[in-house]
Design a binder for this molecule. Structure first.
Ligand SMILES: O=P(O)(O)O[C@H]1[C@H](O)[C@@H](O)[C@H](O)[C@@H](O)[C@@H]1O
Ligand SMILES: [Mg+2]
Ligand SMILES: [Mg+2]
Length: 284
């Protein structure tokens, strides 16, 4: 098992670096923008091209492994996590940033066995930061070990979150209700990088104390959640329950005391799960 995981890690890092080159080059081209679940859920040909590149390259090396890829799911592939070795891929996390050349864009690759993330790679390709984690083996950025912040007082914390791409009025109300509660605690600040994977790497790096979001997907958080755990942090549901990769809800924090103060402030809602088939033939 150990050797397989090292091979997976090495391959994930190599292919993420290659994907990052493609993304950086594409920044100077015209970016044709299409939409998916809503008018603000963006996708480009580069997202699709990078996902194909990653999946093809992994298939050649690990023909038995399964995939859950953001753009494959958008094209109708199922989004079901099994016990089999599975690569969970977000080819461009931060597509809106990519479209606008806002400088935080990541390639996120998580690898699960028995539904548990064993390897996580987040390549923040415009910063050239390669974040890596193996379960039980620590978290690193460009080879340097990561450690979450030791702050226990939420009032002295920075909290990261995102607004997502769901503009239903009830969801927007919940987002603002959570924000108002958290800002009024008060906290030192609220931030959002525009990519879940980078937000999680910021928690792992100790730059922000916590990140929460509802409505993102498993490919946004699979790799980054392992970074946080391996940097000494915790990952849970926004209501304080157990984390569930497919629930589309996450709260990742440096420690339990900060996390539980946030749980009291977050107005939760339940997006449709990633593994629930809503409309026949479509997996979202
Ligand atoms: O679609 P991408 O850019 O892969 O992922 C982003 C989600 O679309 C967005 O809803 C979410 O808020 C953001 O955190 C995520 O990274
Ligand atoms: Mg994403
Ligand atoms: Mg994406």
């Amino acid at each position: 098992m150990a050797d397989i995981l090292q091979n997976v890690m090495d391959h994930a890092v190599a292919v993420a670096r290659k994907a990052g080159e493609v993304v950086r080059e594409a920044l100077s081209d015209d970016r044709k923008v299409m939409t998916k679940s809503s008018a603000v859920d963006l996708v480009t040909q580069t997202d699709q091209k990078v996902e194909k590149l990653i999946i093809q390259s992994v298939k050649e090396k690990f023909p038995q492994h399964r995939f859950i890829g953001e753009e494959s799911v958008a094209a109708g592939e199922p989004s079901i996590l099994t016990d089999d070795p599975t690569w969970i891929i977000d080819p461009i996390d931060g597509t809106t940033n990519f479209v606008h050349a806002f400088p935080f864009v990541a390639i996120s690759i998580g690898f699960t066995i028995n539904k548990r993330v064993e390897v996580g790679v987040v390549y923040s390709c415009l910063e050239d930061k390669m974040f890596t984690a193996r379960r039980g083996g620590g978290a690193f950025c460009n080879g340097e070990p990561l450690q979450v912040s030791d702050q226990t007082d939420v009032h002295r914390s920075i909290i990261a979150t995102e607004f997502g791409s769901n503009r239903d009025p009830e969801v927007v109300d919940k987002i603002f209700s959570s924000l108002r509660n958290i800002l009024s605690l008060p906290v030192h600040g609220v931030r959002g990088a525009g990519t879940a994977a980078v937000n999680l790497s910021l928690v792992a790096s100790g730059c922000v104390e916590a990140y929460y979001e509802m409505g993102m997907h498993v490919w946004d958080i699979a790799a980054g959640s392992l970074l946080v755990l391996e940097a000494g942090g915790i990952v849970m549901d926004v209501d304080g329950g157990d984390a569930d990769l497919m629930s589309r809800r996450i709260l990742a924090a440096n420690n339990r005391s900060v996390a539980l103060r946030l749980v009291e402030q977050i107005a939760p809602y339940r997006p449709d799960r990633d593994d629930v088939k809503k409309i026949s033939g479509k997996w979202w």
